[in-house]
Design a protein around this ligand. Sequence first.
Ligand code: NAG
Ligand code: NAG
Ligand code: NAG
Ligand code: NAG
Ligand code: NAG
Length: 894
Amino acid sequence: MTMRQSSIILLAGLFISCSASISRDKKAALQTCYECSNIADPAQCSRVVTCQANEVCYTQSHTTSLIFQSTVYSMGCRPSAVCDALSGAAVGKRRNVRALDTHCNKCCRTNNCNSRLCGATGTTNPTAATTSPTYVRLLGGSNAYEGRVEVFHGGIWGSICDDGWGGNEAQVVCGMLGYSRSGSGGAQGTLFGGAPQYAKIFMDEVNCTGTEASIDLCHFNGWGVHDCGHNEDAGVICNSASREDNIIFLLDTGLGGVIFRMDLNTQSYVPIPMNNLYTPTAFDYDATDGRIYFVDYKLKQLMSVHFSGTDVRELKQLDSNADLEKIQVDPINRKLFYADTGNNLIASINLDGSGYQIIVNQSLDEPRDLALVPATQMIYWTDWGSSPKIERANYAGGSRQTLASTNLKWPNGLAYDYTENRLYFVDAGTHKIEAMQPDGSSRTVILTDPAAHFFAVSPYQQYLYYTDWNRETVMRVNKDGSGQIQIGPRGFRQLADIKVHKYGYGIPGVVTPSPIIVDESHIFVRLVGRGYSNEGLVEVYINGEWGTICDDMWDDREAKVVCEMMGFGKTGAKAVSRAYYGTDSSIIIFLDDVNCTGEESHIAQCTHIGDWGVHNCGHNEDAGVNCTFDLNTIRDFVLVADSYIQEIYRMDLETGSYSAIPQSAVRTPIAIDYDPLAHIVYYTDVVLHMIKSTKLDGTNEKILRRLNSAAVPDGLTLDLQNRLIFYTDTGNDVIVKMGMDGSNAVNVTNTNLDEPRSVTLDVANRIVFWTDWGVHPKIEKSNYDGTNRQTLIDSGLKYPNGLVYDGSTNKLYLCDAGTNKIEVMDTNGQNRKMIFQDAGAHFFGIDVDSQYLYVSDWTKDGVVRLNKDGSGETPVGPPSFGKLNGIALYHQGG
Ligand SMILES: *[C@@H]1O[C@H](CO)[C@@H](O)[C@H](O)[C@H]1NC(C)=O
Ligand SMILES: *[C@@H]1O[C@H](CO)[C@@H](O)[C@H](O)[C@H]1NC(C)=O
Ligand SMILES: *[C@@H]1O[C@H](CO)[C@@H](O)[C@H](O)[C@H]1NC(C)=O
Ligand SMILES: *[C@@H]1O[C@H](CO)[C@@H](O)[C@H](O)[C@H]1NC(C)=O
Ligand SMILES: *[C@@H]1O[C@H](CO)[C@@H](O)[C@H](O)[C@H]1NC(C)=O
């Protein structure tokens, strides 16, 4: 068995390496900008120019990274008031909202230039913050708890050199981000990717005690004094079991769609990476289950993700016209509401994906923001169309009423304050923040700020937090309009939404279940290190990080619980201590002094002293277990082949916990199947050009068939009744049938095959089905001997990777990585039906049991379970695999 693979991070983004830096002198009111004459060569960004009074910095983006999509460079100055249809759409309008230059076109849109709205753009310099605290942010992590550290100083971001960087320094950074200080670790070198060569290195030889409130309170060489390169960038891994509290969630659409988690107190922040695939353009946070709901504009999907950035699920695939700018969750009635300016409607859907309902589809021009009152089931919305207004209706669309229709221009943001039962709204055209009663009465101006381009607002205690596209930052003002200040560093692009989250604050009756969410369904264990698959170092997964357990008080009662989670059962479970199976010193020690009775079914049910991440141990005290491998009592599982980590795994179906099946050589395993009678795993390896078998515990590893060097055996399936193996070989373009010991191989078919991949059997009728993802993708079948060959379907396919025959329903289930569909059909290709579509998926393998479909997905880094009608998408196990290919289920008794 191999050691835990070190974190592989496909880094990451840099951004605003040459960001506009704004003059802090109020009177001068002139912007200074970097001038990069060539965005392909950002090193040229060193020249600073001062703009004229009527100019602003001109920014360009250049696609360089996965998370941020693009690096934003400043390109010198340009006139501030450009307002013509030629140069694109208006801020916050229609679909170009995501692509435009924030500094111009505050008024028009290409398809409907509303001259009344095209007043002076009023881009003047906002008041700069009087003091400039030091902020930190993380970049390049694979979840919201880790990354390379950047520090904001003098208006720009720079890195920290890793000389002297360790746990104490990480504690300070993690504390600034609102995470627990305990359990944090420093990372050195390029673990999270290095910053670009031209980025500033601000700090070196940082030496903290660990308790400092801010990183600049630690000893260091002085700003910019260093002898380092970007191969020495400091990073942190923070405790992912931190309190989920005191957060400002932000969404920046100008950076390509990134949701940030900003600490309410220090205003340092971290992007929530949530799989590089997604570019959110609207979001809301549901504190009851700790999930962020978001809209992906490109994929046209309504999605949700756990706040850690893991466990992305699809709520609804939208139609191609849909254009959702804001969404709002009602956590009490478990519904999500959205305004769709593409289809001009307001709709709701239950948070489980059911009950889609159009609420309003008449007399909507440009509906944008929404506010909800769960108790009265009322919905409020803004419309910034040619007759701007704020309206309300009940959840069924009835009792519709206009609350405000005068003195509005672009009412972009709307929020309901549950402590005062008052509506707050921000208008980028009138430059006002206003308030009114829920019936529209007592309308009051809170703040007039001609320099602002207001976009979104979120009330919290005595404050209103809001986003301002001119200031490119978060702002805060007291509810009486006094005390306007900048929150956090400048350097965002278009903050399209903001939600302040504080434990116990917000909608009455809605609080997070616990400040530290210890949710069993998101906590997994795995065994790694030396030894067989029933023994190893215990690692625990929570919120996107794996960590270890300290062996203080670790005995057989605790081992019983881990062995149970692994599917081995409690009998004979033995505790092993002192890192007997090896360790990984780069990860967190999550638990210490764990005390179980032995009766628990999940490690999260045991008690432990202190919070997650609090311990007094070293990794030489890591806990392990030695479970009993009894093939007759092992619980239901799923086998998966991971070609990236180069392992085959057995994962317990109930808990999603797993361990690798140790093999002497695994290079690129693809197809996998299981013989439950003999407890033997069969799998293909396309780099070793082999078909292999092993006992489930990893012993008795055998090469059944060595193929020629051209062979690429992508598909394999077993006929247990007739003791046969079928496999596809897309290198030699052949489908082969052989005995289960690899003998008597005969070709089923070797003609007219282009890229055969998946293979599945109807054993009773001796029929073999396969997919071909070649130039003319198709699904075919023939008898076992190759006779009676037929094409079932040859349209509407692109990369049909997975196919499985379901004997219980006599249907074929198909997953296609090109169309991103899962389909069902009869065994003659008739009655074909799409049951699930996920534009963000890359499906590979599929298997079926009496109740569910299980699919491996390259972009979700794990296994997803669905009902056979396509509903109920649920991840199985953690999303921390590399590239999962073949998948095979085992159920006791069939
Ligand atoms: C860090 O500071 C402490 C206390 O000031 C000192 O004892 C220690 O030697 C310093 N460490 C380094 C690596 O400079
Ligand atoms: C508006 O919504 C109702 C209710 O869903 C629907 O019956 C009607 O067809 C819709 N009208 C338009 C123009 O889409
Ligand atoms: C472990 O927990 C049990 C009760 O759950 C308690 O009686 C026992 O004292 C605890 N052990 C230690 C060492 O704390
Ligand atoms: C694990 O258990 C097996 C069977 O009881 C035993 O042979 C082996 O020595 C144990 N390994 C360790 C490290 O305790
Ligand atoms: C089986 O197919 C392969 C690939 O086309 C071919 O090289 C081989 O000769 C075939 N074997 C038989 C017995 O026809």
